[in-house]
Design a protein around this ligand. Structure first.
Ligand code: GTP
Ligand code: SPV
Ligand code: MN
Length: 611
């Protein structure tokens, strides 16, 4: 048996509540060593990982990693929220009784870390001193060094975050055991993986993966699922899969903050890193606060506040290039300590590449291997046309590396929210932007977000489905309660943020091209939204919200075919009427949905009937 007390002491982890927890799981997993780690250990752990072949060099201060080929995305089927109350069961949270799941996880984890080190990773999902700090502390136990290196980039990591807790026992207990990845039956009827959040015990037990969304437990499992549950149980806050940005109009000195949810791999990181279009650069500035998670609460002044609990970015690589997202490229430039996962790699030159990095892959394939490690020159007939990088390949970097990160991104008081937007990959029906002034209609709009699923979840790409508030994979309690909690929190706000639904992904029915150029141009509809909130423009009222008149959108320097612009600035009435029937069915699945949401639905449906 490992001497846990000695390991905790050596690592400076003095909180007396930690020992029993670590001893229990060290005993179960059979780990051969226990080691407390923090951000200060990064350089040593990187050196060890390079030495062990877990990482490869990818340029100065850049690293390349590869996860097992059947372990490249979150698994929604194997992700479960367990509690001790059946009333926590929702449509999407895969609820199971805690008493059933805990023994299953103990069984799988028993002896599964033999021969390995159990790293003790104390973390905080919040800037120090934030109003919601008490929900942000956790300790991840993991048997993967690569997971530690990712955690150091994605969260604030160090013993001090746990030693100095106001309530010393109030931290999330998060256990990650990788398992024998080659023998877990991923995706088969005999799938051994389990990713369980025991939400009412603030315990997270994940077995069978080393991919980010399944293994970085501070991020998705704690930062979204657990905290959404905590926010509801305490009645204090919302935790959402939201990006968060600031927009400054340098001419008037006005500053706005907008947050919003798009499903996984649907544009949050790109929006948060946005460089304004060239013609608008002189006047406007976009500041990055967060790209994947926001916690929202009502301040003493009655305003809605938001903050990003994370410390880094775990971004989609595909299609990131100098035109679409120069900010992202700068964030992963030499010297940033960034880690790339599952992209293509050149074993001679240590260069990296992914689809969309350049229009065509490198012409000289010497030294290049694909994301599975197969030399490109040796790929067989079946693999020949397959992508070089996995579609869900990612880069990991810290917020401080992001060129447009807001000056006050670590300010614990958060930022006041002026707008809340929802969006997704919707190939028809959804216009560029439609604004919603009514709280219940805004919440209703989030609940009925429908979009194409992406490669961020195993085996789901392209499937059209509802994804309420972009939280479908992260929902931790019933949707009816979730809607009521939104209405309750937002109902306390004095100066209501404006809501909007946006869509950068409408396609031509003839040739499938994107009708809106997207990326940097997405600032334009957001500027219109703030102008609408200020009463500077009026837009056109439609049954599903207010859409911009063409003359109200700042189109300086934008080249877009008139027919495409007309299409994204219009409402397709027959398609919408059809959609209203689908929505009714979708909402009927939610137990205890508040009457205000049904009334909002009926108002919108009636307006379509009468239009
Ligand atoms: P998660 O990290 O999975 O939650 O994803 P995300 O919502 O942050 O998505 P991200 O910004 O990483 O974008 C995902 C993919 O969509 C990338 O391949 C982007 O290049 C692409 N994308 C982002 N914004 C746009 C846009 O405005 N138009 C088009 N056509 N593609 C976009
Ligand atoms: C997502 O899938 O929405 C992500 C990345 O942000 S993951 O960490 O895999 O969840
Ligand atoms: Mn995400």
């Amino acid at each position: 048996m490992v001497d846990v007390a000695a390991a905790l002491e050596a690592g400076g982890l003095t909180n007396p509540n930690v020992r029993e927890y670590v001893e229990y799981w060290a005993g179960i997993t059979g780990a051969s060593r226990v080691e407390v780690v923090g951000a200060a250990d990064d350089a040593r752990l990187i050196a060890e990982a390079l030495e062990a072949g877990e990482l490869d060099p990818a340029g100065e201060g850049l690293y390349y990693s590869r996860s097992y080929s059947k372990d490249t995305a979150r698994s929604e089927e194997r992700t479960i929220v367990a509690t001790n109350r059946e009333s926590d069961k929702g449509v999407y949270n895969n609820w199971r009784p805690a008493a059933e799941m805990k023994p299953l996880l103990v069984e799988r984890m028993t002896g599964a870390s033999e021969g390995k080190t159990m790293y003790v990773v104390p973390y905080l999902m919040s800037p120090l001193g934030a109003p919601l700090e008490k929900y942000a502390a956790g300790i991840e136990l993991t048997d993967s060094r690569t997971v530690v290196l990712h955690m150091i980039r994605m969260a604030r990591v160090g013993a001090k975050f746990i030693n100095e807790l106001a309530e010393p026992d109030h931290f999330v207990r998060a256990v990650h055991v990788t398992g024998d990845l080659e023998n877990l039956g991923q995706g088969t009827d005999d799938d051994q993986r389990y990713f369980v959040t025991v939400a009412d015990e603030r315990t997270i037990l994940h077995f069978g993966s080393s991919y980010g969304g399944n293994a970085l437990l501070g991020k998705i499992a704690h930062g979204l699922r657990q905290s959404a549950y905590d926010g509801w149980a305490s009645g204090e806050f919302l935790s959402e899969q939201f990006m968060l940005i600031g927009i400054t109009d340098k001419q008037t000195g006005k500053r706005y903050h907008i947050c919003g949810g798009f499903p996984s791999a649907s544009g949050k990181t790109n929006l948060a890193m946005m460089l304004p279009p060239d013609a608008l650069c002189e006047r406007y500035q976009v500041d990055f606060y967060g790209d994947d998670i926001a916690w929202l609460w009502v301040g003493d002044d009655g305003k809605l506040y938001g903050m990003n609990p994370e410390f880094g970015v775990f971004g989609v690589a595909k299609d990131t290039n100098e035109v679409t997202n120069p900010t992202a490229l700068a964030s992963v430039a030499p010297g940033t300590g960034s880690i790339f996962t599952n992209i293509a790699y050149n074993t001679d030159t240590h260069e990296v590449w992914w689809e969309g990095r350049t229009p065509a892959p490198p012409a000289d394939v010497t030294g290049w291997v694909d994301w599975k490690g197969t030399p490109i020159a040796e790929r067989d007939e079946a693999e020949k046309d397959a992508p070089w990088a996995h579609p869900n390949s990612r880069f990991t970097t810290t917020l401080a590396n992001v060129p447009n990160v807001a000056e006050d991104f670590e300010d614990p008081k958060g930022v006041p929210i002026d707008g809340i937007i929802f969006g997704g990959r919707t190939r028809d029906r959804e216009p560029l932007i439609r604004a919603i002034n009514d709280l219940a209609e805004g919440v209703y709009d989030g609940l009925t977000l429908g979009a194409e699923a992406t490669a961020a979840a195993d085996g789901k790409e392209g499937v059209l489905r509802y994804d309420p508030m972009s939280m479908r994979p992260f929902m931790s309690y019933g949707e009816g309660d979730y809607a009521a909690h939104w209405l309750k929190i937002l109902g306390q706000v004095k100066d209501q943020p404006i809501f909007a639904h946006v869509n950068w992904f409408q396609r031509s029915q003839e040739d499938g091209h994107f009708l809106w150029p997207g990326y940097r141009e997405n600032l334009r509809p957001l500027l219109w939204l703030m102008a609408l909130k200020n009463g500077e423009v009026e837009g056109v009222q439609t049954p599903s919200g207010i859409i911009p008149k063409e003359s109200e959108l700042n189109l300086d320097g934008l080249e877009i075919p008139q027919a495409d612009l007309d299409k994204v600035l219009s409402i397709d009435l027959p398609r919408w009427r059809e959609e209203m029937g689908h929505r009714e069915k979708h909402l009927k699945g939610f137990e205890g949905l508040p009457e205000e949401i049904w009334e909002a639905h009926k108002r919108v449906a009636k307006a379509f009937d009468e239009s």
